[in-house]
Design a protein around this ligand. Structure first.
Ligand code: F6R
Length: 607
């Protein structure tokens, strides 16, 4: 949730810390702070609100050859300057930044108070700085190990000690941290976007690793002090991808990137002439794949909705029974692992703690879990037993858009692959691949309608409750549309199976309720027509996303957004686009903070 940055090197690090935090602001943005070390003295600046607030409090001459910074998403303790990180020890010699939750902080805090330590904040993290001071007996590194051994919960921690300016200490258990290897300097951050403009060489820390970082080297050990060999990876993303270019918001930029990102998700993975897909990262022999007879999908939020679409694809194209689990539920449910089962953990960030822990639970039971991640080298990507990167490129807006359609593309490829190993003919496979290759161009034509969609959004933006209805494979699409609208515009919205409205939700419909139907021309079209008529009879304001030339639907509703026809099973790749745009424009009309909606964070690394 929170974002961490750190630097040690020859240059003044203040600019890097502030800019790095801005890159990580999507992780949490209720307060921020930096602490720099100069001539054995720590100077700390913290402020609630966005990073620019903190930046504006910095004196013009702040210098530090090493320093740490943090952007916070509050879990323990309200949003105040005092609760913002970094936290200093009582003697002002140790400073820490922390991401995660210290579960035993109350006990530790009471003991420290009994020992005479005075706390300035109500945050759980402050105990770490105090413990460093308490455990220090001449050796910072040793004090760091001792302190970490007392902590229960999850953490990514970076610590600096005023009297040892040559190194920083870093520890990871449950919250991601990655080193950036620069020219005569070393960076550390919650994710690579913080230092991508400076270096593309990265070292991913694993859970239960501690690292001592110098300007020109680093030493990694586990908690028993055993040295660990670490590989230096080269990051594929470019810093330029983290810029908004000419778009007003990252969300809009990312919506518009989808023709390219979907094409990237299938590039090099299709065998057009034999109508199938190849997914090298699965790490599974054909014989092993052929033995799979049921699938489980674990995910949260938008990734969960992608998994639901995936279940329709897998059942229809590969006839594989598929169960989709909300990660935070399944991990406490003692999941049943069926024989010949294959699990997928789906996560844009690859760091969502519930998905990661649910994945581990399945692995503990002997299950094979494949990752479907965007962020290369993320925890889920590394800990899974194989997987497929979706290659969306960095997704910066908190609301997930392009990752969703890339995840769908990966499920499509996997469903075609499994279908072709089972009952699907080569002819059908070839047709499906051809249809898939036409998707980017069809997406382009929808994006050209953004002005029309903005007008529709404007018309309905003042209304308080939206209903989104769909059937079959469009049902997860409407769930995703409702999530998108509520998260960026704070307007209440629900996504429902259209066949279910008579069982309750239709009671919500009145002349102030926009009801959005997703109704592609598939085998459920006539059923949807009946649902539209039911809602119309009750005075709802009707909007439809339908296929081009669908006069029947046009005659029934107030506003129509047309999308090109496609293979019905691929329709989610198209029908979600106007709904992402509609959410964006409603939020814009209402003056919301679109890229960083209130109370949310991009990467949910606490339970
Ligand atoms: C919605 C959104 C969230 C994420 C969810 C899972 O727009 O962004 O619902 O989809 O937090 O995140 P990942 O995919 O990173 O595991």
């Amino acid at each position: 949730m929170c974002g961490i940055v750190g630097y040690i090197g020859k240059e003044n690090c203040v600019n890097f810390l502030v800019e790095g935090l801005k890159r990580l602001e999507y992780r949490g943005y209720d307060s921020s702070g930096i602490c720099v070390l100069n001539e054995k003295k720590l100077s700390c600046y913290k402020k609630t609100g966005k990073i620019v607030n903190m930046e504006s409090t910095l004196p013009s001459e702040v210098i530090g050859k090493s320093g740490i910074g943090h952007t916070r998403w509050a879990t323990h303790g309200e949003v105040t300057d005092a609760n913002a990180h970094p936290h200093l020890s009582a003697n002002g010699k140790f400073a820490i930044v922390h991401n995660g939750i210290i579960e035993n902080y109350q006990v530790l805090r009471e003991k420290l108070i009994a020992d005479g330590f005075e706390f300035k904040s109500t945050s759980d993290s402050e105990v770490i700085a105090m413990l460093l001071e308490k455990n220090f007996s001449g050796n910072f590194e040793k004090a760091f190990y001792q302190t970490l051994s007392l902590l229960e919960g999850t953490y990514g921690i970076v610590a600096v000690f005023a009297d040892e300016p040559d190194y920083l200490m870093v520890g990871r258990k449950g919250s991601p941290l990655v080193l950036g290897i620069g020219d005569g300097c070393t960076f550390v951050a919650s994710d690579v976007s913080a230092f991508l403009g400076h270096t593309k060489q990265a070292v991913y820390l694993e859970d239960n690793e501690i690292c001592k970082i110098y300007a020109d080297s680093f030493i990694t050990t586990d908690f028993t002090l055993e040295k660990k060999q670490k590989e230096i990876a080269t990051i594929e993303w470019d810093a330029i991808e983290l810029d908004k270019k000419d778009y007003q918001h990252f969300m809009l930029k990312e919506i518009f990137e989808q023709p390219e990102s979907v094409a990237r998700a299938y590039a090099g993975r299709i065998l057009a002439d034999i109508g199938t897909a190849k997914l090298g990262g699965l790490n599974m022999e054909p014989r092993e794949l052929a033995a799979v007879d049921n699938i489980g999908i674990i995910a949260c939020g938008t990734s969960y909705h992608a998994g639901l679409v995936g279940s329709y694809l897998l059942e229809e194209l590969a006839r594989l029974q598929t169960v989709v689990h909300i990660a935070s539920e399944i991990r406490y449910k003692n999941p049943i692992l069926r024989r010949n089962s294959l699990q997928f953990a789906v996560s844009q960030s690859g760091e969502t703690i519930d998905t990661l822990l649910a994945m581990r639970e399945f692995q503990r039971k002997g299950g094979k879990v494949l990752g479907v991640c965007n962020v290369v080298g993320s925890s889920i990507a590394r800990e899974s037993d194989g997987g497929v990167y979706v290659h969306s490129g960095p997704e910066v807006a908190v609301a997930s858009t392009k990752a969703f359609t890339s995840q769908l593309t990966v499920f499509l490829l996997f469903s075609i692959l499994m279908g072709r190993m089972r009952d699907m003919s080569q002819y059908r496979g070839v047709q499906l691949i051809e249809d898939l290759q036409q998707i980017p161009q069809k997406m382009e034509s929808i994006l050209k309608k953004s002005e029309q969609i903005a007008e529709i959004a404007k018309k309905y933006a003042g209304l308080n409750n939206f209903l989104f209805l769909g059937r079959g494979i469009s049902y997860p699409v409407v769930m995703e549309a409702a999530l998108k609208l509520k998260e960026v515009s704070y307007v209440h919205s629900e996504g429902y199976a259209a066949g279910e409205i008579k069982h309750g939700p239709i009671a919500l419909v009145d002349k102030n309720t926009p009801v959005v139907f997703v109704v592609p021309q598939d085998h459920l079209h006539d059923k949807m027509v009946s649902n539209i008529q039911e809602v119309k009879a009750r005075g709802g304001r009707l909007i439809a996303v339908c296929n081009e030339g669908d006069e029947k639907i046009r005659s029934l509703v107030e506003d129509v957004i047309e999308v090109p026809k496609t293979e019905p099973l691929f329709s989610p790749l198209l029908t979600i686009l106007p709904l992402q745009l509609m959410s964006y424009y409603v939020a814009k009309e209402l003056g919301c903070d679109i890229d960083q909606p209130r109370n949310l964070a991009k990467s949910v690394t606490v339970e």
